[in-house]
Design a protein around this ligand. Structure first.
Ligand SMILES: [Zn+2]
Length: 304
């Protein structure tokens, strides 16, 4: 993300709190269906306004995929994670998009903050999916994006944040369960969420293979199920290398983002320095809060 801003930001009266992290392996997902996209973008050197709309089929496909995502995550991880989710539909349009060289146009948390911030404030959710249309790069007048269907490894206010791009027409099978074509239509959600676990694992200082390195370890996309076997071994530390088995550690499923509800019984941090037990958790909470603060700074800069 490129932000060009100059100036000085001042903060006063903020305190660092420590909280009690909720360490269950249940993750609450928020999936926001954006009914409308109405953005000005630049294409072929000219500014264009693009209006797009989710169809009823899009909404049904995402709803079915989220249900499948819930059971698949539990099954594929052999019970290491439990998924709860809410799907909400927003008729507030997406009116701005972010852009970079690698991905083209995409939606960052800041682009839809008016819609998602009130949900984040509830303190319930651990990860956010946003689903919308962007159209096809090859079609006149639609939004140029590079070749992605989901986009992950993003963060918004300390939460994992992923884009789910609906295909350009209802005849695409990417999100449709069909015994002859695709029996793993929730793959995009699985893939994008695993990017967040991949990133979290690295931030905790643990080793993990890169999610895109499946071929390096001998895994190919298969008919009907895509890279399901790879994800399964990735989630269970079951990828065989010459010396050991690798993947993401089981502990990562209990490391969820710090939420407002974690701070209900918070205390001033100077207390903790007298009782250093659990110091790693204290620090991870502090890091999360500092990250949130940086998100706020970024956001303020972006508005300037
Ligand atoms: Zn990816």
């Amino acid at each position: 993300m490129k932000i060009l801003a100059f100036g000085t930001a001042w903060f006063s009266n903020f305190k660092i709190e420590s909280g009690i992290t909720e360490e269950s392996n249940t993750w609450h997902f928020l999936c926001v269906l954006f009914d409308y996209v109405d953005v000005n973008i630049e294409k072929n050197g000219t500014n264009q306004n693009v209006k797009l709309k989710l169809t009823q089929t899009d909404k049904e496909d995402v709803t079915i995929c989220m249900r499948r995502f819930q059971s698949s995550m539990q099954e594929m991880s052999a019970g290491k994670i439990k998924v709860e989710y809410d799907i909400v539909e927003s008729n507030t349009p997406i009116t701005s998009m972010s852009h970079d060289e690698e991905n083209g146009y995409y939606v960052s948390g800041y682009n839809v903050k008016e819609v998602i911030d009130p949900f984040i404030a509830q303190g319930k959710y651990d990860h956010i999916f946003v689903a919308f249309r962007t159209g096809d790069i090859n079609q006149q007048g639609l939004i140029p994006i590079n070749d992605w269907i989901g986009l992950g490894s993003m963060e918004y206010r300390g939460f994992g944040f992923s884009n789910i791009r609906l295909p350009d027409d209802d005849h695409n099978y990417i999100y449709k369960y069909d015994t002859r074509i695709n029996t793993f239509p929730e793959e995009v959600m699985v893939h994008e969420f695993l990017h967040t676990l991949e990133r979290n694992t690295q931030e905790y200082g643990w080793e993990r293979p890169e999610l895109h390195d499946n071929e390096k370890y001998g895994y190919q996309s298969q008919k009907l199920v895509g890279l399901k076997k790879w994800y399964q071994d990735y989630m269970n530390q079951n990828i065989q290398t010459a010396t050991k088995k690798i993947g993401i550690p089981a502990e990562i499923y209990t490391k969820k983002p710090a939420k407002t509800t974690d701070f209900e019984y918070s205390r001033q941090l100077d207390d903790c320095f007298h009782e250093p037990e659990n110091i790693i958790e204290e620090f991870s909470n502090i890091l999360q809060r500092v990250r949130n603060l940086f998100s706020m700074v970024k956001q303020i800069s972006a508005q300037n």
